[in-house]
Design a protein around this ligand. Structure first.
Ligand code: OAD
Length: 237
């Protein structure tokens, strides 16, 4: 990248966490190869069998609790600490590796594994423990209304007003480790590009949004992102 940017937005997907040992969704051994999306990640699936859905996320929680950030996450911290302008992170990931690495301004548009929401009173709680379909809400006392604070297919994304502003104001949009097939996030590059941003993609392979990126870096996020951050910081020193 050839200049100094005033508003950098980084969009991350499961690929940024792959080198931390977490499975992506659509790879050969991906989560969606072993589970039906309709059963564990849709509103209908949750209404049909909430305990099954809770079990799925209960099983996932300990692994994500233990997981540690990798050089890609730490590179973002380095950029945020040393770049004199705004750097924001929009993540589709429900893990908390961005936070564990010290990233700031992180927007979890698909929710977080360590949160549950009561869809009776709307209160969001933090927990790394198991949740069950007949648990009681600590806030309103209603039983049977707790749902993992994960955005299921058929639900609105979180923080969309803020995200829309970030995308329309950014002058550099970097997409890391996402296949670009799940909308609306897959369309963020288009919003950023049409708003005048330069666009850059880091991925192991060609993605479906390929033509919308000005620059492609094919490689592992843990190597490519620190390298890109070095280039960005090199411009300001
Ligand atoms: P995917 O599994 O669809 O895509 C992961 C992408 O990361 C692929 O393009 C891989 O090639 C790439 N990748 C793998 N390892 C990498 C590495 N070390 N460095 C760089 N890239 C690497 O995951 P997402 O695009 O994040 O939603 O999926 C989007 C959404 O689909 C998820 O947030 C999830 C799912 O349904 C919810 O659960 C709400």
């Amino acid at each position: 990248m050839t200049r100094i940017y005033k508003n950098i937005v980084i969009l991350s997907g499961a690929g940024i966490s792959a080198e931390s040992g977490l499975a992506t969704f659509r790879s050969e051994n991906g989560l969606w190869n072993h589970h039906r999306v309709e059963d564990v990640a849709t509103v209908e699936g949750f209404m049909r069998n909430p305990e099954y859905v809770h079990e799925f996320y209960n099983e996932m929680r300990p692994e994500l609790f233990e997981a540690q950030p990798n050089p890609a996450h730490f590179a973002i911290t380095e950029l945020q600490q040393n770049y004199p302008y705004e750097v924001s992170v929009i993540t589709q990931n429900v893990d908390t590796l961005h936070e564990k690495a010290g990233n700031k301004n992180v927007y979890h548009i698909h929710g977080q594994i360590n949160q549950i929401v009561c869809f009776h009173c709307g209160k969001v709680f933090e927990t790394w423990g198991d949740v069950h379909s007949d648990d009681k809400c600590e806030n309103c006392g209603a039983r049977g209304f707790l749902k993992p604070n994960i955005v299921f297919f058929g639900e609105n994304l979180l923080y969309m007003d803020k995200v829309d502003r970030l995308l329309k104001n950014c002058d550099l949009f970097i997409s890391v480790g996402t296949s670009g097939v799940v909308y609306p996030a897959a369309g963020f590059v288009q919003i950023a590009k049409f708003s005048g941003a330069e666009t850059c993609e880091i991925n192991m392979e060609k993605t479906s949004n390929n033509s919308l990126f000005d620059r492609h870096i094919y490689g592992k996020a843990g190597t490519a992102l620190p390298e890109l951050v070095k280039q960005l910081l090199g411009k300001i020193s």
